[in-house]
Ligand binder design. Structure first.
Ligand SMILES: [Zn+2]
Length: 357
C-alpha cells in the first residue's frame, strides 16, 4: 500500500531510508488507508504485510503472540517471541528495510532487548550487527548479544550517552529514531484487536516510546479504517526518576529497559496520551517488585521492566478490558529475578514478625 515518510515537526516529505529529518525531528510513516486493506490469512506479522513498508519479511516467525486473559486483563505474551521481546516486531521490519536498501551492516543502540532483536534478524538476513549498549546492561542480555555474533560496544554512561555514541556511526538504524521500527510494533494493536475484539484501555512501559507509539499508531489506523469506533485509553508507564519533568525522585534500578529521561519522540508520546484521554503513571521499584512476583504467581516469567505495566494497572485501576503487553522475557536475567524474589521473601518474613499474631 502507498505510504509517505513525513517529519513529525516540519511536515517535510522524507526519502526512503532516512532515519531522522534534516530539521532534527523524528519521522513517521503515513498510509493512504482510504481504500481499506485485507489481511493475509497467516497468523504472524506477515498477516499485516499490506500496511508494512517492506517488500517481504525475514524468514522467521514473528507475531501472533498468545493472550492470557485474567479477569479483565488481556496479557499479551510478547516475551515468547524468538528474540524474547516485542522488539522483534520492529527489528524485523527495520532490518529487512536496510537489506532492501542494499545495506550490509546495521548499527543500533539499546538497553539490551532491541539490540538482541536486531542482532537476531541481522543473522537471519546475513547482515553484520554493531550494537552499543550501556556497560551496566544485564549480563544475560550482553551474553546473548555475543552469542548472536554481534560486535558489542559497552558504553559507560547514561542511556542517552549510549545513543549519541551509536549515532556517530554510518548505517545507524536504532529504534529511538527509526520510523520503520514503529510500523512493526503497531502490529501488536492490529493483532490484539483481532484476537480480543474489544479493548477499552492499553498500558505500556514508556522509555523511547516505540511500543507505546506503536500501539497508538495501530489503534489510530483501525479508527481511520472504521474498524474501531474510538481509540482505547492509553496509559504510559514511566519508572520513578525517569518521568518527564520529574525531579528529585529516587531513580528506578529495576526498570533498566525504560531508564530514559528525554527520548526523541517525547512530544509524540505526550500527544498520544492526550488524544486517547489517557494518562501517565509513574511506578517505583517497590511496586515493580511486587508486580513482578504477582505476575510470576500467575505463570508469567517476565523481566522487571515488563512488570511496570502491571504495577501501573494496579495503581490506575482502569475500567473495562485492558491490554497489557508483557514485553520481555525474564529468562535473560535470571540472576536479577532471583535477587528480587529473595528480597520480597525477606520483606514478607519481616512483615510476619511485626504482626501481632
Ligand atoms: Zn523536519
Amino acid at each position: 500500500m502507498r505510504y509517505e515518510i513525513l517529519c513529525t515537526e516540519c511536515g517535510r516529505r522524507a526519502e526512503e531510508g532516512e532515519i531522522r529529518c534534516v530539521c532534527g525531528a523524528p519521522l513517521t510513516i503515513r498510509y493512504d488507508l482510504g481504500g481499506g486493506w485485507k489481511n493475509d490469512r497467516r497468523r504472524s506479522i506477515t498477516r499485516y504485510s499490506a500496511v508494512l513498508p517492506v517488500k517481504s519479511l525475514p524468514p522467521m516467525h514473528v507475531g501472533w503472540t498468545p493472550i492470557t486473559e485474567v479477569s479483565d486483563v488481556l496479557f499479551k505474551m510478547e516475551y515468547l517471541s524468538a528474540g524474547g521481546s516485542f522488539k522483534d516486531r520492529g527489528a524485523c521490519v527495520a532490518a529487512q528495510k536496510e537489506k532492501e536498501l542494499g545495506g550490509r551492516e546495521i548499527v543500533v543502540d539499546s538497553s539490551g532487548n532491541s539490540a538482541i532483536s536486531f542482532s537476531l534478524f541481522a543473522k537471519v538476513l546475513g547482515l553484520k550487527a554493531r550494537v552499543f549498549v550501556p556497560a551496566a546492561a544485564p549480563q544475560g542480555k550482553k551474553d546473548l548479544l555475543r552469542f548472536l555474533g554481534a560486535d558489542v560496544h559497552e558504553i559507560k554512561g547514561t542511556r542517552e550517552e549510549v545513543n549519541r555514541e551509536a549515532m556517530r556511526n554510518e548505517h545507524y538504524v536504532g529504534h529511538w529514531w527509526n520510523p520503520y521500527f514503529i510500523e512493526g510494533t503497531k502490529t501488536i494493536a492490529l493483532e490484539a484487536f483481532e484476537q480480543a475484539k474489544s479493548i477499552d484501555c492499553a498500558i505500556a512501559p514508556v522509555g523511547s516510546g516505540t511500543l507505546f507509539l506503536g500501539l497508538y499508531k495501530g489503534f489510530k489506523e483501525l479508527v481511520e479504517l472504521g474498524e474501531l469506533e474510538q481509540m482505547p485509553e492509553l496509559i504510559a508507564v514511566q519508572a520513578s526518576g525517569y518521568a518527564f519533568g520529574e525531579k528529585g525522585s529516587e531513580e528506578s534500578k529495576l526498570a533498566d529497559g525504560i531508564a530514559i529521561r528525554d527520548p526523541p519522540r517525547k512530544k509524540e508520546i505526550i500527544r498520544a496520551v492526550r488524544e486517547s484521554n489517557g494518562s501517565f503513571v509513574v511506578v517505583n521499584d517497590a511496586e515493580i517488585a511486587v508486580a513482578l512476583m504477582e505476575l510470576r504467581d500467575m505463570g508469567f516469567i517476565v523481566e522487571p521492566t515488563s512488570a511496570t505495566a502491571y504495577a501501573a494497572y494496579k495503581k490506575a485501576k482502569p475500567k473495562g478490558k485492558t491490554l497489557i503487553p508483557l514485553t520481555g522475557s525474564g529468562l535473560k536475567l535470571l540472576d536479577e529475578l532471583l535477587a528480587i524474589a529473595g528480597s520480597q521473601k525477606h520483606r514478607a518474613s519481616q512483615r510476619k514478625n511485626l504482626s501481632p499474631l
